[in-house]
Design a binder for this molecule. Structure first.
Ligand code: ASP
Ligand code: MG
Length: 428
């Protein structure tokens, strides 16, 4: 008997039929003799609809009330799921985040889990019940208020529950079959990976892969939680996220042997580029610029500084950031133009980022050469480059991104023989 945590995303519980299908899957797991704890997302696009509604009654909704509102989405799905399980003759009990002991800091809309005290969940399990927990939400002890963990937070709920309950596996269900070598909607010949290491998964998630949320992967890595990403719509094996050094009796032998140089190609159209033109090339200017950007709340990703022109002693500095942060960052920079002494600002929101990720890069040379060669054959111009130990990212024109991803995917020998099936298509 194992303790299995399962997380179902919004697309898996989008309507009554889907909820019944998920209930059956949960009951089957229970029937097989396992203890089951389920973290569930809000139905379909509920969270977006609630956000939209909030925006209609207030231009800037109060963060506390917004969390009260958004957390209700998951309460609907958890109760319906418990009812569906009851009608199949099984005992199930639903719990809000605070009842489940999800203790967070007080940051509304982006709360961090600080402690998990699943006393009531353990009791319910001991009484033979299936446990359903509302994802994405928690409780702060000081303010005694409900918090939410940020978009996609149900993955983190599931992983945190798995860690606190010492579960054997955390299964994350969505409408895709697992982690792919690329987004199958962009690269139709993408292949499902049997296994991916948690460090590769972190890089993929950080660079645009949407199947697992980065905070959940981080949490799992820190607490040694085994993740199995799989599809609600098929019964096949998904992708195991685990490190080579870790063994689990649940993971089939074959899945641990795969060791390609490149695990996958991630694409990201959510970033914009800002170029600060004519920055005096003297110590302290980069510090000034990025202090201003950081203060505006923007999360900077790539940075490139040109060699300064000898004639002027000035240089250009470009950086990328989420599109949604660009307007505030630009405004903040413009406000300090004379203090910093730069000449002008250029905003470009038509960029795309392509990243090649693989732990094998540590020990294999030539990965960047293969990448650049593939892009050059495609006639795609590279605008920025950044690297980590196991990743190379390039910024290209957004319109070129899909084609570039397909060619790079082929160049690294990742193509499958058949097109991937995308079931409902949101990846959540
Ligand atoms: N319902 C929340 C969202 O849509 C949390 C989640 O789905 O994980 O962001
Ligand atoms: Mg959702």
């Amino acid at each position: 008997m194992a303790l299995i945590v399962q997380k179902y995303g919004g697309s898996s519980v989008a309507d009554a039929e889907s909820i019944k299908r998920v209930a059956k899957r949960i009951v089957d797991t229970r029937r097989a003799g396992h203890e089951v704890v389920v973290a569930v997302s809000a139905m379909g696009d509920t969270t977006d609809e609630l956000l939209d509604l909030a925006g209609q009654v207030a231009p800037i909704p109060a963060p506390r009330e917004l969390d009260m509102l958004l957390s209700s989405g998951e309460r609907i799905s958890m109760a319906l799921l418990a009812m569906a399980i009851h009608s199949m003759g099984f005992e199930a009990r639903s719990f809000t985040g605070s009842q489940a002991g999800m203790i967070t800091d007080a940051t509304h809309g982006a709360a961090r889990i600080v402690d998990v005290t699943p006393v009531r969940l353990r009791e319910a399990l001991d009484e033979g019940a299936i446990v359903i927990v509302a994802g994405f939400q928690g409780f702060n002890r000081d303010t005694r208020d409900i918090t939410t963990l940020g978009r996609g937070g149900s993955d983190t709920t599931a992983v945190a529950l798995a860690a606190a309950l010492n579960a054997d596996v955390c299964e994350i269900y969505s409408d895709v079959d697992g982690i792919f070598t690329a987004d199958p909607r962009v690269v139709p010949l993408a292949r499902k990976l049997d296994r991916v290491s948690s460090e590769e998964m972190l890089e993929l998630a950080a660079n645009g892969a949407k199947v697992l949320y980065i905070r959940a992967v981080e949490y799992a890595r820190r607490h040694g939680v085994l993740i199995h990403a799989r599809s609600t719509f098929s019964s096949g094996e998904g992708t195991w996220v685990l490190d080579a050094s870790k063994k689990s009796p649940l993971v089939p032998e074959g899945a641990t042997m795969e060791e390609p140089i490149v695990a996958g190609v991630a694409t990201d159209l959510s970033q914009a580029k800002i170029t600060v033109i004519g920055v005096p090339d003297v110590p302290g200017k980069a510090a000034d610029i990025f202090k201003i950007v950081a203060k505006s709340g923007a999360n900077v990703d790539m940075i490139v500084q040109n060699v300064s022109a000898a004639a002027t002693g000035r240089t250009d500095i470009s950086f990328t950031l989420p599109k949604t942060d660009a307007a505030t960052a630009l405004k903040a920079l413009a406000g300090e133009q004379s203090e910093v002494g730069f000449e002008s600002l250029v905003h470009d929101d038509q960029i795309g980022k392509l990243s090649v990720v693989g732990a094998g890069m540590r020990t294999h040379s030539g990965v960047s050469a293969t990448l650049f060669e593939a892009l050059s054959l495609a006639g795609v111009n590279i605008e920025m480059i950044s690297t980590s130990e196991i990743r190379i990212s390039v910024v290209v024109r957004g319109v070129d991104l899909a084609e570039a991803a397909r060619l790079v995917h082929t160049a690294f020998g990742l193509d499958s023989d058949i097109e991937a099936t995308v079931h409902a298509g949101t990846g959540r």
